[in-house]
Design a protein around this ligand. Structure first.
Ligand SMILES: [Zn+2]
Length: 594
């Protein structure tokens, strides 16, 4: 029985279980899927069957990450269809293998001797191959292994994700199991690093009662990352504890554009005692991380950081550079292979020659920096695009995927912004080799997938990534309808950001379309938190832009459910929790909202 490729998944959903054969006509072309480096004729898969029992043969040396790749494959398939996935040698339909001829992070996927073979250059490549395989397979009454065929290798070298762990947001509140599972999901999309900051900004000092919790949260992320072969990164700078002695404090920054910020308790490193205080505290942090390991540090200049005294200014190409170099030296005493990322966030805001000063400094002394990171609140900084990256170093970005047009952050559910991230990516895709998107929670999961795939393949279109995401996370055959809904939601967010009235009819239409899609989703899709976040967003947009407002019963129920999904506190002592808590009127912040 021949089924056109675009109907394949729809058909699968309704197909009777059993041995019905499929003629797989799907031809992957480089234009449709630019991650593909080679295309093979997959006509040999004619006759592939829907599987009721899946046997996976592992032809790879014993390695914890290979076992993890198998476990993730088993778990994700069994979640989506009523089949049993077992590991065995006889009768295998799927093979997991390694081929050192491929780059370590690359994978090859395709048919061979009646099996579908997922081959990684090394265990990380195998894991990424399993991700592609899972997202392009079919799930119904049985399992239809992916027909995607080719070799794919990441273009970006450092494909990170930054988890802001504060304000009692999801990243801070999630359990070990939730964090591990979420990192697995992101690793399947191709990331190879995460960053978590140590929250000195919230702590009095090393004897703060919250210190143990803060350290165990850091270690939770480090362990979960390393279990998946991801590099663990933390941020460093001159911002220290709340209890920093007054006489060590930095001179506040002039911030005429009000974009740099003066958060936290920065210390002046040009004071000998201030310098020693920063190094001592950073040394103690390294000692605390020695058992879990640290792969990368990211130096951060502003918002939490900076000093405007005469000896430190201009901070970005003077005090900041000297301190970052000293901290690098210190870090490499504990972690000899430690890599460094030097952020230039908000450099030259206002113009004071920081970019040029950085270029001059790195021309003389380049050895201690591995990556330059650049970004801003809006369009990408021009300097590295127009003049080249200081030191000739690889450039990373820091896309803000969480807050734009969205306050409280995540407060109305999912915030997919594919058009925005496509536009921002197109400005830098020829220059940037990865980055660390800024994440406040799980509600921007679609943005994460879009950016992670841009890092993997700089020409991959956001809409194309989202089609793959929807088929895999929501269910088959709804990709185009959900893309339309997302277009309406993004348009509403952009209109609202410009403080213009949102079209109430469009908000109602998006919600009705989501209801219609939900009726067609398989049970696992309906129950997935990813779908729920998107559907709740359509309900809340309808209520706030085209309905009875955020105090209607439908809106209140949606806000409460969001709070549950985010592990929010209905009553809180955290003075910043309101930034990440859905705006339910009866939610209480005992310490005010500032
Ligand atoms: Zn200073």
């Amino acid at each position: 029985m021949k089924i056109p490729a675009h109907d394949r998944r729809t058909f699968l959903k309704y197909a009777a279980a059993g041995t019905m054969g499929f003629g797989l006509q799907e031809q992957v072309s480089p234009a449709a899927d630019p991650g593909l480096l080679e295309v093979h004729d997959n006509a040999s898969r004619e006759g592939t069957e829907i599987l009721q029992e899946v046997v996976v043969r592992v032809e790879a040396p014993d390695d914890p990450l290979v076992s993890t790749a198998f476990n993730m494959l088993k778990d994700r398939v069994e979640l989506r269809c009523p089949v049993k996935v077992t590991r065995g040698a006889e009768g295998a339909q799927i093979v997991l293998a390694l081929d050192p001829g491929l780059a370590p992070e690359a994978f090859r996927l395709g048919p061979e001797n009646g099996t579908v073979r997922i081959t990684g250059g090394a265990p990380p490549g195998l894991l990424y191959g399993v991700g592609k395989f899972l997202r392009t397979s079919g799930y119904g009454e049985g399992f239809l292994p992916s027909s995607w065929t080719g070799v794919s290798s990441p273009q970006g070298t450092l494909r990170g994700m930054y988890f802001a762990t504060h304000f009692h947001n999801w990243h801070q509140q999630a359990s070990d199991a939730e964090v591990s599972r979420y990192l697995e999901d992101l690793a399947l999309w191709g990331i190879n690093a995460i960053m978590v900051a140590f929250p000195m900004i919230n702590l009095q000092g090393w004897d703060d009662p919250q210190m143990e919790a803060a350290l165990s949260m850091m270690k939770r992320y480090a362990r979960a990352a390393h279990a998946l072969g991801l590099q663990f990164t933390t941020g460093l700078g001159n911002t220290m504890f709340i209890g920093t002695p007054d006489h060590l404090r930095a001179t506040p920054l002039p911030d005429p554009t009000r974009r740099r910020g003066n958060s936290g308790h920065p210390v002046c490193p040009s004071l000998a005692e201030g310098h020693a205080y920063i190094l001592d505290n950073t040394r103690r942090l390294f000692e605390n991380l020695a058992d879990v390991g640290l792969d990368i540090v990211c130096f951060w200049p502003y918002d939490e950081g900076g000093c405007a005294c005469a000896k430190c200014a201009p901070w970005g190409c003077n005090g900041y550079l000297r301190l970052s170099r000293d901290l690098t030296q210190l870090g490499r005493e504990y972690f000899p292979k430690l890599k460094t990322v030097l952020s230039t966030w908000m450099f030259d805001t206002p113009p004071e020659g920081e970019w040029q000063g950085l270029a001059d400094a790195l021309a003389k002394d380049p050895g201690w920096v591995d990556y330059i990171l650049a970004d801003s609140h809006e369009d990408f900084p021009r300097y590295p695009l127009d003049h080249g990256v200081p030191g000739g170093l690889p450039l990373l970005n820091f896309p803000e995927i969480s807050m734009w047009g969205n306050s409280p952050w995540g407060g109305f559910g999912a915030n997919p912004l594919p058009a925005r991230f496509q536009r921002l990516w197109d400005q830098v895709k020829g220059t940037v080799t990865g980055g660390f998107p800024y994440s406040e929670g799980i509600y921007e999961d679609m943005n994460k997938a879009v950016v992670a795939q841009c890092y993997w393949d700089r020409d991959r279109a956001a809409a194309d990534t989202l089609r793959e995401y929807m088929a895999y996370e929501f269910g088959p055959g709804v990709e185009e309808q959900v893309l339309e809904i997302i277009g309406l939601l993004e348009s509403a967010a952009a209109t609202s950001y410009r403080k213009e009235p949102v079209d109430p009819e469009a908000a109602r239409r998006a919600c009705a379309a989501a209801e219609a899609v939900e009726a067609r989703l398989p049970d696992w899709g309906k129950k997935s938190w990813r779908w729920e976040l998107l559907r709740l967003r359509t309900v809340l947009d309808r209520e706030r832009f085209g309905g009875d407002g955020l105090e209607s019963p439908a809106a209140e129920a949606a806000l409460l459910r969001l709070m549950e999904l985010y592990h929010c506190q209905l009553e809180t002592d955290d003075p910043y929790h309101h930034r990440v808590r859905p705006p339910l009127k009866r939610a209480l912040s005992r310490n005010g909202t500032l």
